[in-house]
Design a protein around this ligand. Structure first.
Ligand code: AMP
Ligand code: FE
Ligand code: FE
Ligand code: ZN
Length: 282
């Protein structure tokens, strides 16, 4: 059986394994193919591709874009995975850089909220945990773990902490713009965990219908944040709209309990993703 996992994070965003270590973990998890999909950046691709080549496993270059749908008030955040985008595409790179930089202002705001609650955390300390990568809330969780306030990153997402209380707006991209940028960069867009109500408000199916009309290629169904019912809903919707269905772990190293390879994508789906990417390459 070909084992393919199309969603994993490294230290380039909020995972705890370097890109090479993600490949090492993929080998240990008996994967044949793994994608690196860091948040809002492609800085891990070169290292991961080299490591995958050396290890003799397949590598799919990807990215997970922080997006928002402005069709309702308040607008709903969502994640768009994109495979095989041209890393040198200027419009997409510029937008990703804008989002990454916006996370810095947001990070300082989160630190200010934490300090108002009496924590002695500093922005320098949090940036230290991010080691120069895309700063995300799991890096703030590290500060809480260090102080013994929580023992896992997940616990730090409780509503009285990072989940609700210490929240500041995250920069992101209008999902329709993101879709245009991904398609313009020759990439293949897949909506990440679209029915994950445990992450917050989800978008209505009508939006997914619109996204499909605008070039969305697939939906991620098998994901740990989806219940069996939610996976079935995603599958039914994908079938209705002629979209591909993927499955993946959303591995974050020790920042999340999920293991690489916990959910998989069938080889014929990856073939179709690759074919879509080839048909777009210019
Ligand atoms: P941010 O992009 O900075 O808002 O942080 C969101 C990231 O935090 C997600 O991509 C996950 O990696 C992580 N995350 C969100 N919710 C949880 C949770 N309940 N437990 C652990 N990690 C989480
Ligand atoms: Fe993450
Ligand atoms: Fe995500
Ligand atoms: Zn992810």
């Amino acid at each position: 059986m070909t084992r393919i996992d199309l969603h994993a994070h490294s230290t380039v965003s909020d995972g705890t394994c370097t890109p090479s270590e993600v490949i090492g973990e993929a080998v240990r998890a008996n994967l044949d193919v793994v994608a690196l999909t860091d948040h809002d950046g492609v800085g891990g691709w070169a290292e991961a591709a080299a490591a995958a080549g050396a290890a003799g496993i397949g590598f799919v270059p990807g990215v997970e874009l922080s997006c928002r749908w402005y069709g309702v008030e308040p607008a709903i955040p969502l994640h768009l995975l994109a495979y095989y985008v041209d890393p040198n595409d200027e419009a997409l790179s510029t937008e990703m850089a804008r989002v990454r930089e916006g996370r810095l202002t947001r990070g300082e705001q989160i630190v200010a909220l934490m300090r108002q609650d009496g924590l002695d955390v500093t922005w320098d300390e949090v940036q230290g945990y991010a080691t120069g990568a895309t700063v995300g809330r799991p890096h703030f969780a590290q500060a809480l773990i260090k102080r013994g306030l929580v023992s896992t990153v997940s616990e730090a997402f409780a509503p009285e902490m990072l989940g609700q209380r210490w929240r500041a707006p995250k920069p992101d991209t209008d999902v329709f713009l993101a879709l245009r940028l991904v398609l313009g960069a020759g990439g293949v867009p897949v909506f990440a965990h679209p029915k994950a109500t445990k992450r917050g408000t989800i978008v209505p199916d009508e939006l997914i219908v619109e996204l499909a009309g605008a070039g969305l290629v697939g939906l991620e169904a098998d994901h740990e944040d989806h219940s069996a019912e939610q996976r079935a809903e995603v599958r039914a919707l994908a079938e209705r709209l002629g979209l591909l269905v993927t499955g993946s772990s959303d591995f974050h190293g020790t920042n999340k309990p999920v293991r690489l390879g916990a959910n998989l994508t069938p080889p014929e789906v990856l073939d179709q993703i690759r074919a879509a990417a080839r048909s777009r390459a210019h």
